[in-house]
Ligand binder design. Structure first.
Ligand code: GLC
Ligand code: CA
Length: 560
């Protein structure tokens, strides 16, 4: 039996990074009690589902992405009982629930790894083990993305194990059919409990090239060409689809570093369907997060609007009619988008503009916790205030001051400070001592203040999401970009039959002019969404030339 799942094409999702969302029991750590308290708030954003970053038991070396038990919920988040209550309450509100599936690696404290290092069957070959080379060299030249080289010596087994991420995150050996059976058990366990799908963590890394050959050196990323989109990736994803996923009405979303629209089609396009559905349903691509850096946030470049627009438009065009886009401008792995692509000075204006820039494209948008409040980057005074293992291992040889400056700009800890609910103690996140620093700007930026302000960013998100869902042209219409060469404006139209939606976004602090495209001239346009007072509809005999204020955005509807 094959089930085709389409509901995700109608939806908008909200991402929760549980540690920092809301503490419900006063111990300083976000948890599912806090989530349950805030379900009505989430629903009020007009979203349709929640993606949870990992909730499983974990030693916390990578804030939950190092899992020690896949079939349980961490006690600090409330355990299984709280999860089931949350799931029921979310479903009762019509909210889908998506789990994070992290199976490229486990925690080194997982029972499988403990047994594997002792060569206890069947776990002996669950991980990627290699003996030391005779010349004392590591098994190959690959880098770990988080901590030095990708190999760690294990004194128990007297071999090296592969870790593409932290030392405490050994890579699983997905070529072992027993490991794939374990993955299927995990999928089935959560689907039977009633969850609606999975966001699959660095899933394109699970098939490593045979023989684990040396790779061309690429600072910090040596080896990525040998394991990203590896030789058996489609085969393994098809196996998960065929044996488990296709039997449920569920959605899958694959995190995919270095993927182009064309390569994405091999996973999510029509040809990827080998009889029981495509490998997965949507891809999380990274180009939209690289408009101010070279591949990684730690290789900063000046922000380029042209690069951002190219990322947007190439995905819109590349998947059109063939596959479905996932849309986002931030998550737990990147600093805050207003601080990157917008302006902290024009925080509310640019926050609204950025929302319109992506929410009216074709695809399924994701909103990261705090994005709807316009939370901005965090600028701690010292390096030792950072928590994240990736951050703390970057550019170790640089002087302290230089490192701090880079971390201010690039660290994902900026997205991991507690959500700012009120202007009270700890921003209303906890009644205890928060596990992490609260951004000092919470007195100004918090949900409570925005609830009562009709022009707040929070209320704008509610309006924009509702508008998006009310307009079939956003789901189905064609996409066309204007002024591609402009370094200040991003403008696009969506057209379906007689209905034409025009989205105009200024990424500039300067006043900027935009001439209406031909198809709109001499026609009446209704202004559906704006971020400045004093603008209104366009009359049929009105002016063609619009003057946009700093970070101004407008969404017009013509015809329809
Ligand atoms: C993904 C996660 C990130 C994590 C890494 C290793 O990129 O989103 O948070 O650190 O994988 O699991
Ligand atoms: Ca708690």
């Amino acid at each position: 039996m094959t089930k085709q799942t389409y509901w995700y094409k109608e939806g908008v999702f909200y991402q929760i990074w549980p540690r920092s969302f809301k503490d419900g029991n006063g111990d300083g750590m976000g948890d599912l009690f806090g989530v349950i308290e805030k379900l009505d708030y989430i629903k009020s954003l007009n979203v349709d589902g929640i993606w949870f970053s990992p909730l499983y038991p974990s030693p916390g070396a990578d804030c939950g992405y190092d899992i020690s038990d896949y079939m349980d919920i961490a006690a600090e988040f409330g355990g299984m009982e709280a999860f089931q209550r949350m799931l029921e309450e979310a479903h009762a509100r019509g909210l889908k629930v998506i789990m994070d599936l992290v199976v490229n690696h486990t925690s080194d404290e997982h029972e499988w790894f403990q047994k594997s290092r002792e060569r206890i069957d069947p776990y002996t070959d669950y991980y990627v083990w290699r003996p030391a080379k005779k010349n004392g060299k590591l098994p190959n030249n690959w880098d770990s993305m988080f901590e030095g080289k990708a190999w760690q010596w294990d004194d128990v087994r007297k071999e090296y194990y592969l870790h593409l991420f932290a030392i405490k995150q050994p890579d699983l050996n997905m070529d072992n059919p027993l490991v794939r059976e374990e993955v299927k058990k995990i999928l089935k366990f959560w689907l039977d409990l009633g969850v609606d799908g999975f966001r699959e963590d660095v899933i394109t890394f699970i098939s490593k090239e045979e023989g684990l050959p040396d790779a061309f050196p690429l600072p910090g990323y040596t080896g990525i060409s040998k394991y990203n989109h590896g030789p058996h990736i489609h085969e393994y994803l098809q196996e998960f689809r065929r044996d488990v996923l296709s039997h449920y009405d569920c959605m899958t979303l694959a995190e995919a570093p270095l993927v182009s629209p064309r390569l994405a089609l091999t996973y999510i396009g029509p040809d990827a369907d080998k009889g029981c559905g495509a490998d997965i349903d949507m891809m999380i691509q990274f180009q939209c997060m690289c408009a101010d850096c070279f591949y990684s946030d730690y290789m900063p470049l000046p922000f380029s609007l042209r690069k951002l627009k190219k990322a947007f438009s190439s995905w819109q065009a590349g998947l059109r009619g063939k596959a479905w886009n996932m849309l986002y401008l931030g998550n737990h792995d990147h600093p805050r988008v207003i601080s990157r692509y917008g302006s902290e000075e024009y925080r509310v204006e640019s926050g609204k503009m950025l929302a319109a820039a992506y929410l009216f494209q074709q695809g399924t948008p994701f909103i990261y916790q705090g994005q709807e409040l316009g939370m901005t980057n965090w600028y701690p005074a010292r390096i030792d205030m950072y928590e994240d293992v990736q951050t703390l291992n970057q550019h170790l040889k640089d002087p302290e001051k230089k490192r701090l400056k880079l971390y201010h700009r690039a660290s994902r800890d900026s997205a991991r400070t507690p959500v700012q609910w009120t202007d009270g103690p700890n921003a209303g996140f906890t009644e205890g001592t928060p596990w992490f620093y609260v951004n000092e700007n919470y007195k100004e930026i918090n949900a409570a203040a925005q609830e009562t302000d009709p022009d707040s960013l929070l209320n704008f998100y509610r309006k924009a999401v509702a508008l998006r869902k009310s307009l079939p042209v956003v789901r189905d219409g064609s996409y066309r970009e204007f002024k591609k060469w402009s370094g200040r404006l991003y403008a696009y139209e969506r057209v379906l039959g007689e209905e034409r939606l025009l989205v105009i976004c200024s990424f500039s602090k300067k006043e900027t002019a935009f001439r209406l495209p031909k198809a709109c001239r001499g026609k009446a346009g209704t202004l559906l969404l704006k971020n400045y007072d004093g603008t209104g509809d366009i009359a049929a005999d009105g002016k063609d030339l619009l003057k946009l204020k700093p970070y101004e955005m407008r969404v017009y509807r013509f015809g329809g």
